[in-house]
Design a protein around this ligand. Structure first.
Ligand code: ADP
Length: 543
């Protein structure tokens, strides 16, 4: 450990909390700038809402959510309308303070009027969300899944999912919420940090019993009951990819601000913890994304009253050690060097090419029929593998230092399944426009001049949309977003405000088609004008 940093540069930096733990200018860091802010409850809910506006069906894995206090009137009104249209609908809602963790400050309500807006915790901004009343139960208990996801790179997007995760169990038998049981946290909240205090909590040395189990043990159980486990896995993979697609625009804004292109800086990767709840019909629902998932592999046990000891937790060890080991294998800079040499070798040596092809088929066989048996999903169609991804050969490459290690527990899902998901990456393209007009590097907010230049360069003003109207649009939207008081460090228009303005312009320009088509048309229109402008500038430059 180097708590105050070190002078010599490293290949890999493993920071405890955030990207800003130390100043670094090279190598790779295990945190992305802005990740903590991006996955906070409110920011995540906003990003998911934007995607739900564009693609309601694709993003129905995130519960309907409202942001408090600003959307309280909207929440009350929408619930009233839904109740009026379906009097049999008896919803429950869960209120979660922003920035909270481990179940801190969470409570359930039956009616919007039960929201507590006074008191220290209650006056914090929060998300109120539809409560999933019919979760899948195992042994009559509610449980959730913690899956580990490696975001290996943002540009190009590379995502890996660990093939096993944890299932964390409640400690009281589940009953659907009623006014009487709403406050019973051991029945409704699956947080380990809460349930560990229940007298029913079971520490177990086995991975398939007790209050914390491996996800694979649950899958085995479901499979033996005849459940379609392959479909479940492909739904989970889709959920993870779509969620990361919702987060990338914001992350790219932070990235260019902290690591400006063309200046020396590190590259980033990060292990994320995805909390997922399975509904009774096996549909996975996203609860939250954790930027700093706990990597503890031991738990505290009370030996005698007041005397605690840390004892190993075999379930945590089985899952987490593999995740960290394989993250390091995937980002290993030596591996990249070996890979480059190997590909050069193949390029010039025909017999090596033959050997490589042979290794490929071996890996494919291993991947699809043995190791990744449960992953061989017919629901997702992989992009053909390029020779770039081959030298992971593992057991088949005799000279590789990885030969003695178990096969990777992390499976690439993006770009592998990119073809099915790329159409969702519209906000990414809007963010690229935003970043282009940010001007001076190091900022995350667009000033009024930047916004005007965007409108001019993309030829968006007209006789019916004057530059005065452009200024009013900028002021209105920016003022509202800034009054929500999320980030006071800089003034100007944040990405989410720009996205709102962009959607507004798209709706104005392209009427009577669905929002995602309007937005796509406007993106193409802007990109086309900017490409023409770049070309012109290039010619002038040459002249
Ligand atoms: P925290 O960060 O405080 O753990 P979470 O969003 O993970 O907050 O919520 C805590 C727990 O509450 C979850 O682990 C889950 O058991 C339960 N929970 C959260 N949201 C919902 C929901 N929409 N429906 C049902 N249960 C939920």
């Amino acid at each position: 450990q180097f708590p105050v940093g070190r002078r010599l540069p490293c290949d890999i930096y493993w920071h405890g909390v955030s990207f800003h733990d130390n100043n670094i200018f090279s190598g790779q860091v295990n945190k992305f700038p802005g990740m903590m802010e991006t996955v906070r409850k409110i920011t995540l809910s906003r990003a998911m809402r934007t995607m739900q506006d564009l693609f309601p069906l694709e993003y129905n894995f995130y519960p309907r959510s409202w942001i408090l206090p600003e959307e309280l009137p909207l929440f009350v009104a929408e619930v009233r309308v839904m109740k009026d249209s379906d009097p049999s609908w008896k919803p429950t809602f869960i209120v979660k303070p922003d920035g909270g963790c481990q179940g801190d400050g969470i409570y359930l309500i039956k009616d919007p009027s039960d929201i507590r807006l006074t008191g220290r915790i209650q006056s914090r901004p929060a998300v109120v969300q539809e409560y999933i009343c019919k979760p899948l139960l195992v042994d009559k208990l509610k449980f959730d899944i913690r899956l580990y996801v490696l975001l290996k790179s943002l540009e190009p997007l590379e995502i890996y999912i660990a093939k096993d995760g944890l299932s964390r169990f409640c400690t009281e038998p589940y009953q659907e919420p009623t006014l009487k049981n709403l406050h019973q946290v051991f029945m409704h909240l699956t947080n380990y940090s809460l349930n560990i205090h229940s007298e029913n909590f079971i520490h177990s040395d086995s991975v398939n019993t007790g209050s914390k189990r491996t996800f694979s043990s649950i899958l085995c159980r479901l499979s033996s009951r005849g459940a379609d486990v392959k479909k479940l896995w492909s739904d989970i993979i889709s959920l993870v990819i779509k969620t990361i697609i919702a987060l990338t625009p914001e992350l790219k804004v932070y990235y260019q601000s902290d690591i400006p292109a063309g200046k020396p800086g590190p590259t980033c990767f990060q292990i994320l913890g995805f909390d997922i709840l399975l509904m009774k019909n096996l549909k996975p629902m996203l609860l939250e994304v954790n930027a700093n998932p706990s990597m503890r592999i031991e738990h505290e046990q009370e030996l005698s009253p007041g005397v605690f000891e840390n004892v190993p937790s075999p379930v945590d060890e089985e899952v987490k050690v593999a995740v960290i080991r394989d993250t390091l294998r995937l980002v290993d800079p030596q591996k990249k060097k070996r890979k480059d040499t190997h590909l050069e070798d193949v390029g010039t040596n025909p017999s090596a090419k033959g050997r490589l092809r042979c290794i490929t088929s071996l890996i494919k066989e291993t991947n699809h029929s043995l190791e990744w048996g449960c992953w061989a999903t017919s629901h997702l169609e992989p992009v053909p593998e390029s020779s770039e991804s081959l030298p992971d050969a593992g057991p088949a490459a005799p000279r590789s230092p990885e030969a003695g290690l178990p096969s990777l527990c992390l499976k690439q899902v993006f770009p592998k399944y990119a073809k099915q998901f790329n159409y969702l990456r519209l906000v990414d393209r809007v963010a690229a426009l935003f970043i282009r007009f940010l001007g001076v590097k190091g900022t995350t907010k667009l000033g009024p001049t930047g916004f005007r230049t965007f409108i001019r360069n993309c030829k968006l003003s007209s006789s019916s949309f004057s530059m005065a109207a452009v200024d009013i649009l900028y002021i209105d939207i920016t003022r509202r977003w800034n009054s929500m008081g999320i980030d006071h460090r800089e003034s100007g228009m944040c990405l989410q405000a720009f996205v709102e303005a962009f959607f507004c312009l798209a709706q104005k320009k392209y009427k009577s088609v669905p929002l995602h088509e309007q937005v796509l048309s406007l993106i193409e229109f802007c990109e086309c004008h900017l490409a023409a402008l770049d070309e012109k500038r290039l010619l002038w430059g040459c002249g």
